[in-house]
Design a protein around this ligand. Structure first.
Ligand code: C5P
Length: 308
């Protein structure tokens, strides 16, 4: 057997993220609105089973980039961990897997790039092996890999509760145009550290000036991009505290009359543009100021699959 599949895994934004108290399992209770966007990593999977070579082999070839050194340790690489978990659950350690990874989503940037890669790996292995697992099983494997991995399997616009892994699809949302400011390659934030800072600064709030998540979802459905005024992220203050760049990027957007928000645990900052014309105008201004600004659209699925 020798099979190939190419999967493009997308980035996500959190349009709303309300973080509650830390639970006994060490994770915080969340209420969030996830949205997939058309910013992708490319993963090329080559799977083989050779009867004479019994031992499992998982090889990840990472295209050279300014951040590729951050992915070299197999134990912390989510593609490696996802493949290991999949084969262990299948109770078969005879496969040889090679994954060629081309990263376009910045690492540790609040965009769930790594979670998307893990989701793509679960999906690809299940596809290439003729679907030994139903979606429920894939979702439970995704949960073991990280809080954002279940969403990264499903994609689109979803409400997340629990750790962010209890998901309900939000339908009837309109297409949205986002302007993102991506951080320079040396500015990363570790999710764990952002949550620890959140705890240290005692930032759990009861949303004094913010709309509830139910209201936000209703606004998103009825008013589309106008809901951007009510976007919210409990982790924003921690991200700003940990890196001054976040505040610089937010100010650049806010000073042009838009509502900026940090995505997830940051440092990526984004806004929603009302139309293409204003999106391009804002994009140009931010780029002229030296920011790595990009325009991306909402998409309704997280994984794009090309079979060979
Ligand atoms: O689930 P994931 O591995 O992405 O989480 C990374 C870290 O972020 C966790 O180890 C935890 O410290 C923190 N976290 C949290 N509450 C959540 C999600 C993540 O405290 N709901």
């Amino acid at each position: 057997m020798h099979k190939k599949l190419t999967v493009y895994s997308s980035a996500k934004l959190n349009l709303y993220l309300n973080v509650g108290e830390k639970q006994i399992d060490g994770y915080h209770a969340l209420e969030t609105v996830f949205q997939s966007i058309d910013l992708y990593d490319k993963l090329e999977f080559i799977l083989s089973a050779e009867p004479d070579k019994e031992k499992q082999e998982i090889k990840i070839i990472i295209e050279e980039s300014e951040q590729s050194h951050l992915l070299q340790d197999p134990k912390s690489n989510l593609i490696y961990r996802a493949a290991k978990l999949f084969f262990r659950t299948l109770k078969d350690d005879s496969f040889h897997l090679t994954v060629k990874l081309t990263k376009r989503i910045p690492i540790a940037a609040g965009l769930a790039g790594g979670s998307g890669n893990a989701a793509a790996t679960l999906y690809a292995l299940n596809y290439l092996l003729n679907e030994p697992f139903k979606q429920e099983v894939l979702l439970s494997l995704a949960r073991e890999l990280g809080s954002d991995v279940p969403f990264s399997l499903l994609g689109g616009c979803m409400l997340g509760t629990g750790r962010g892994d209890q998901l309900t699809r939000i339908t009837e949302t309109s297409d949205l145009i986002f302007i993102l400011i991506l951080p320079p390659s040396d500015i990363t934030l570790a999710t764990k550290e952002v949550y620890e800072t959140f705890d240290k600064l005692s930032l759990v709030s009861n949303l004094p000036n913010k709309v509830s998540i139910e209201k936000f979802v209703q606004l998103l459905i009825t008013q589309g991009q106008d809901a951007s005024k009510q976007m919210f992220n409990s982790l924003e203050e921690s991200a700003v505290t940990l890196n001054y760049w976040v505040d610089k990027a937010k100010t650049a957007i806010d000073s042009k009359g838009y509502y900026s928000l940090v995505s997830g645990s940051g440092p990526t900052v984004f806004t929603i543009a009302p139309n293409e014309y204003q999106a391009i105008s804002l994009l140009q201004k931010l780029q002229e100021e030296g920011f790595n600004a990009q325009c991306h659209r909402s998409i309704s699925e997280s994984l794009m699959v090309v079979s060979h």
